[in-house]
Design a protein around this ligand. Structure first.
Ligand SMILES: [Mn+2]
Length: 336
C-alpha cells in the first residue's frame, strides 16, 4: 500500500490536503508536513480546512499556506485529494460533499480506529501515536529527506497527540520520530512554549470556574467537569481557551473515565472523554454520534447541558460498572 501511495503522490501534480473539523495539533501538523513535502517535490498544493486551527498553532505556518473552505471555492485542476487524521468524509465538514464528488485520486493516512472512507489508497494504523508519525513513515517510502519545516510540523503532531509524550499512545516510534525531528533542527522548548507554555488570563479564569464544577460518580471511577455559556462570557473566554480541560478530572487517582462537557450554544453540548485502564471511550463517543480513539474521544450533542450531563454520566457509570461484571465473568470471581 505504501508503494501505491508513493506512486500516486509522484504521478499527480495538483493536490488538495485536508483534515477533520476543529483541527488539533496532529491535523495541522500532518497536513502541513505533507504540504511541505509535496511542495519540495515540485508539486502544486492547496491545504484546505473547514475551520481555522486554534491560535496556538499559527506560529507553525504562513497565512498563505492555508485556505479555509467556502462554498464558492474553485476546486478545478485538483488531481489528487489527501485526507489526513480523519476517518470519515463527514468529519471534513463542508468539504465532504465537494470532495466526494471530485473523481480524482484520493488517499488517506489516519490512526483513528474506524473509517468510512472510500479511497484508492489508505494507510490506517491505530498503533501509530499520531498521523504525523505516518507522514514520517511516508518520507521513507518516498525516499525524501526530512527538512526542518517538515520536521517542525511532524513534531507538533506527535507532541500534541501524545500530550508531550505522556498519554498511553506514546510508543517507541513516537520518540524515534521526535528524535529525527530534533536532529533536523526542531527546538522542543520553542514548540512547547507556543503550544503549552502560554496561557491567557481568560483561560485561567475559565479553568477556575470549570474546576469548581468537579463531580465524581461510579464510586470515584468517573469524574467530570462542565462549562456553561455564561462561564465563557464572564471569564471573557472563547472556544479554544478550554483546550485539554478534560485533563483535570483525568488527573485524579482512581478515575477511569474523565469527561468535560461544554455548552457551545444553547442546546448544543460538546463532550470530551478520556479513559484509563481498559476503558474504551470511543464506544461512548460513537453512542452519542461522535468518534475518536479508545482513550480519547469526543462528540457533539444536540440537547441542553443538564440533559447531556445526565445521559453522558449515566453512560460512563454503566461502562465502569459493566467492566467490573465482565472482568469478574472472565476471571470467574464475584466482585462486591
Ligand atoms: Mn491524530
Amino acid at each position: 500500500m505504501w508503494d501505491r501511495i508513493a506512486s500516486i503522490l509522484r504521478e499527480n501534480h495538483c493536490f488538495l490536503i485536508t483534515s477533520h473539523i476543529r483541527p488539533d495539533g496532529d491535523a495541522v501538523g500532518s497536513c502541513l508536513a505533507l504540504r511541505r513535502i509535496l511542495v519540495e517535490m515540485g508539486k502544486t498544493v492547496r491545504w484546505v480546512m473547514n475551520h481555522v486551527p486554534p491560535q496556538e498553532f499559527s506560529f507553525l505556518y504562513q497565512p498563505e499556506e492555508l485556505e479555509i473552505f467556502d462554498q464558492s471555492m474553485d476546486l478545478e485542476g485538483i488531481d489528487c485529494i489527501c485526507a489526513l487524521d480523519v476517518s470519515d468524509w463527514r468529519r471534513t465538514g463542508d468539504l465532504a460533499e465537494p470532495l466526494q464528488a471530485l473523481t480524482v485520486d484520493k488517499i488517506c493516512l489516519d490512526h483513528h480506529p474506524c473509517g468510512g472512507f472510500l479511497v484508492e489508497a489508505e494507510i490506517r494504523d491505530e498503533h501509530a501515536s499520531a498521523t504525523a508519525v505516518l507522514v514520517h513513515r511516508l518520507l521513507q517510502h518516498l525516499n525524501h529527506p526530512l527538512s526542518f519545516p517538515v520536521a517542525e510540523a511532524i513534531y507538533t503532531g506527535v507532541m500534541t497527540d501524545t500530550m508531550y509524550f505522556h498519554l498511553a499512545n506514546t510508543n517507541a516510534e513516537a520518540h524515534e520520530v521526535a528524535s529525527a525531528c530534533l536532529e533536523a533542527g526542531v527546538s522542543a522548548p520553542r514548540i512547547y512554549e507556543y503550544i503549552y507554555g502560554t496561557s491567557s488570563v481568560a483561560r485561567l479564569k475559565l479553568a477556575a470556574k470549570v474546576l469548581s464544577t468537579l463531580l465524581l460518580a461510579g464510586d470515584g471511577r468517573v469524574a467530570y467537569v462542565y462549562a456553561t455559556r455564561e462561564m465563557y462570557d464572564t471569564a471573557g473566554a472563547v472556544r479554544g481557551d478550554d483546550e485539554d480541560f478534560v485533563e483535570y478530572p483525568r488527573s485524579l487517582a482512581g478515575v477511569e473515565i474523565a469527561i468535560f462537557l461544554r455548552e457551545t450554544d444553547v442546546g448544543t453540548v460538546r463532550v470530551s472523554w478520556r479513559a484509563r485502564n481498559d476503558m474504551d471511550v470511543s464506544l461512548s463517543a460513537r453512542h452519542f454520534g461522535g468518534g475518536g480513539h479508545v482513550r480519547a474521544a469526543g462528540a457533539e450533542l444536540n440537547m441542553p447541558l443538564d440533559a447531556a450531563l445526565k445521559e453522558v454520566i449515566a453512560d460512563a457509570v454503566a461502562r465502569v460498572t459493566h467492566a467490573d461484571s465482565s472482568s469478574a465473568a472472565r476471571s470467574g470471581i464475584d466482585r462486591p
